[in-house]
Design a protein around this ligand. Sequence first.
Ligand code: SAM
Length: 448
Amino acid sequence: MRNLQNKKWLNSKSQSKQMTMFGTHEFPSYEEIIEAYSKEFTNYILPKGDTTFGFWMQTLADLKLLDLELQGLTEGYVIDPINRTVDFEGDDELIRLRIAHLEKVKNKPTLYTEIIDKFGDTNAYAFHNLYPYKGKFYPRVVRTLINAFKLDDTSLLLDPFNGSGTTTHEASLMGIKSVGIDVTPMGVVLSELKNNLLFIEEKDLNFSLSELRDILKVIEGKKWQHSNPTIYKLMLVIYFDTIDAFARTSRYNKKGKLGLFIEKFNYIKDCYKKIKNIKEKYKLDFKPARIIQGDILKLKEFEDIKGAFDVVITSPPYYFSIDYVGKDKIAYDYLGVEMKDVESKYLGMRTNKQLHTSYNNLPLRVAIYYEDLKESIKNIFWALKPGGKLAIIVGDSSVSGKKIPTTAITKKFCEEVGFKFIDLIFNPLLGARNRAIRGESIIICEKP
Ligand SMILES: C[S@@+](CC[C@H](N)C(=O)[O-])C[C@H]1O[C@@H](n2cnc3c(N)ncnc32)[C@H](O)[C@@H]1O
């Protein structure tokens, strides 16, 4: 009985013409389907409005970062996260030149959009990708913080753990004066290079293939010299990067050492041309940074630094997760620098240190690291002007399976040395390869 009824139903259905999802009785062609989908896509996915989010805005932290920079750059704003648009009051031109999270401002592309379109990457622009330094900042975060803190061409910014110089390089690109300090010679070389490459002449980078071949030979023979210190260091850094690439993978065997050396040199030359082009088009005024090799724990030896800074943007070493110095073994071996000496100056590496506090049964070396971290934050406080801001970026890691609560401890230290806590933004590290670090926190404080 049931079967019969079903059959009846089937028969009656097949007699009436079925309506398609497009409201027609004919099935649409492939082209019609594609067109309909692209309309739907525009409707739902692409932002509608004249001031729109960049496609690189992907996480809730990005939304918070956009919010922060709008606070610094505008007189008032409303963010519409559904339509991915912003409505604001303020100086359109200034915002277009500085903002890091918007693709268009009042229908015109932002400078940041132009930069990442030209370089094809949201991080590896200008000379940020000169060399693969461990634990590098995302330049966009630095740009955001510079905007949030309302820095201009009269301000002074410090990064006392400047590493490969992301803070100082981004500041230079934005026309902000800055000082970068780092204890490692390699970090200092890289920061100086990123800085100096912005100010050399295009002709300084003119080398024929045979000249590059000869340079590689001379470097290998440890006889490399050049009258221009920027070119001297640049060739060495490209050489270290080439050798390191060969040590890590056989992928480049076909290209050969010379092929890779030339490719890397050409990449830098290309970056130079692109950033010069952008500088001229937008009439940008790049500002040189002052790079110092030094120890944050001895910051007070630089008397002229006391109370000199409007802002500090920095990130201490996540010592327990990353082997910063080991990465540069090739460079240090070549230059005859003793890696142990470099390492011994690292935060948390002083073995003869007397502990002043106990840190809830944390391993001794972690406790020593925390004492140094607190001392560093004290010195940062000393270097800032009253009303000066600190953004310190830290991550929690694990030592022998035990979670090390660096974020909470850093916030506590900031308050203990006299800072007023303002905000904490958790930024997940999407696709992070290091399982020990899942994300980082930006802790923002003010010196009263
Ligand atoms: C997380 S990395 C900073 C990376 C940097 N933000 C960048 O984008 O390249 C921490 C840096 O702290 C530096 N460092 C460690 N101990 C230091 C000390 N006592 N004084 C100054 N710098 C130190 C390390 O050399 C390392 O470059």
